[in-house]
Design a binder for this molecule. Structure first.
Ligand code: NAD
Length: 492
């Protein structure tokens, strides 16, 4: 049983409600979890507020906060295998992929330890005598950290590590579908020395356990990762108390292959770009743009290889990718493909559930390739968040740029070309937050992550990811106070 964590105490939901977590690869029961509602969330917010205002946490130096982050990284490393197993059971993703995710989580904690150590005030040089002007970077306050189900621990680390580095307190709400590793992280933070009440955990559905987080006046900052419609709702609610928000939302990311690319590498990476974690990746390269002269060669090979991808559970040695998160998501993907075909897309791979007997209890869908697509189609514009690749052709560099920018999203994209100047020109013209040239997917904690347009507001990772959790405060000190002389002193 996983319970809530409020002010350092593990608690059931006040209502006594629970939820059963299901392994998406097998449909089997994984673990029972407390299901919070607004009453529990209120307690968590109050605990975070009390810890921010009154606890010992205020007195921690940057170095002490960095020590907690480093210790967290060490414990994550010690417990990596156990955590990766829990991540795979909740999400259905390959065990090896979960292990890579935990490696990334460790890097994030180490990176923000360094950032905390070097966090300092800034002195301004002002053209006035006897004046000292400095900027202090103070913690923004109580943070609501809301995360999705596709990279549960990684998404949590992108928020928790900078929040601690900055000296904030927080209420963390993971997706109701994948709470296990986030709960493990809370125990690890406590073992690493995080004082009680600094980090609080609420578990449960967004509308009930989550909604108060963007409404309550004691919450200063909401950092949310999830779908665009939820992000819009949170932004609207948060505006009522003028909260700061950071939103990491969806994407429909263009992957552009020019005829002069290293085609074997481009084709191979086009598969990883979209089918990794069965396409349940916000930056998935779900929209392939291919130069017309190599369309037949590229698309034929992608379709052939997509048909050969081996599906399976997290612990199956030969499985190359896993299940979708839920039965509801599987149904959504099926409808998405049916709709794409009805609007004219040509199905050239997948488009069905697998036939293997051992996959029938899980939520699996074959990697799917849809050719003959164009910008006006819904399947090109809407994020599927599943293993679906749409293909469009272009003839010129400008056309590729226009098509790639013809989207409400702007999260990520890639350019494949052996002409470095051209690739960099295109990268600069794309209105997306991350552009890979001759690569797809890698990221580092030093580099900002986030979206243009409706892919989000603000950034995670890098120095900007820490700045989201800080309020700059200007302190002006006059070393030789004197009358301003503006108003007369009056007759009497
Ligand atoms: P979602 O929006 O349904 O849920 C995300 C989180 O918000 C969950 O914890 C959910 O319980 C919570 N939530 C829902 N309604 C809420 C409310 N009213 N108040 C407070 N919390 C609420 O998204 P999802 O289905 O979990 O995740 C998939 C989406 O996340 C995709 O669109 C994907 O592109 C996006 N995503 C983006 C990034 C990124 O870095 N940009 C990373 C991962 C996922």
């Amino acid at each position: 049983m996983i319970s809530l964590l409020i002010a350092g105490t593990r608690l059931p939901a006040k209502s006594g409600a629970t939820r059963k977590i299901i392994n998406p690869a097998t449909g089997e029961f994984v673990i029972e979890v407390a299901e919070a509602d607004r009453e529990d969330t209120l307690l968590a917010i109050e605990a975070a507020k009390a810890a921010f205002e009154n606890s010992i946490w205020k007195t921690y130096s940057n170095i002490q906060r960095a020590e907690i982050l480093r210790k967290t990284a060490q414990i994550l490393s010690r417990d990596k295998s156990q955590i990766a197993k829990a991540e795979s059971l909740d999400t259905g993703k390959r065990f090896i992929e979960s292990e890579y995710d935990i490696d990334d989580v460790i890097s994030v904690f180490n990176y923000y330890a360094e950032q905390a150590e070097t966090l300092t005030s800034r002195t301004n040089s002002v053209d006035r005598e006897n004046i000292k002007s400095r900027i202090e970077f103070e913690p923004v306050g109580v943070c609501a950290l809301i995360t999705p189900w596709n990279y549960p621990l990684l998404q949590a680390s992108w928020k928790v590590a900078p929040a601690i580095a900055a000296g904030c307190t927080f209420v963390l709400k993971p997706s109701e579908l994948t709470p296990s590793t986030t709960s493990m992280l809370m125990d690890i933070l406590s073992e690493a020395g995080l004082p009680d009440g600094v980090g609080n955990l609420v578990l449960g559905a967004g509308a009930t356990a989550g909604s108060l987080l963007s409404e309550h006046p004691a919450v200063d900052f909401v950092s949310f990762t999830g779908g665009v419609s939820t992000g819009k709702l949170l932004m609207k609610t948060a505006s009522q108390t003028v909260k700061k928000v950071a939103l990491e939302l969806g994407g429909k990311n263009p992957n552009i292959i020019f005829a002069d690319a290293n085609l074997p590498a481009a084709i191979d990476n086009a598969l990883t770009a979209v089918f990794l974690h069965s396409g349940q990746v916000c930056s998935a390269g779900a929209r392939l743009l291919v130069e017309k002269s190599v369309h037949k060669e590229v698309v034929g090979e992608i379709a052939r290889r997509a048909e050969n991808i081996v599906l399976g559970g997290p612990f199956e040695a030969n499985a190359e990718t896993g299940a979708l998160i839920s039965a509801a998501h599987l149904e959504k993907i099926e409808n998405y493909v049916a709709n794409a075909i009805s609007e004219g897309a040509k199905l050239i791979a997948g488009g069905r559930r697998p036939v293997e007997a051992h996959l029938q209890d899980g939520f699996f869908y074959r990697p799917t390739v849809l050719d003959a697509c164009h910008s006006k189609m819904q399947c090109v514009q809407d994020e599927s968040f599943g293993p679906i690749l749409t293909i469009e052709v272009f003839e010129t560099e400008n056309e590729a740029i226009t098509i790639a920018n013809d989207t409400i999203y702007g999260l990520a994209g890639a350019v494949w070309s052996e002409d470095s100047e051209k690739a960099n020109r295109v990268a600069q013209a794309l209105r997306h937050g991350t552009i890979w040239i001759n690569d797809y997917h890698p990221y580092v904690p030093q580099a900002e992550w986030g979206g243009f347009k409706q892919s989000g507001v603000g950034r995670e990772l890098g120095p900007t990811g820490l700045a989201e959790y800080l309020e700059p405060k200007h302190i002006w000190q006059n070393l030789a106070p004197a009358s301003s002389g503006w108003f007369s002193e009056g007759a009497n």
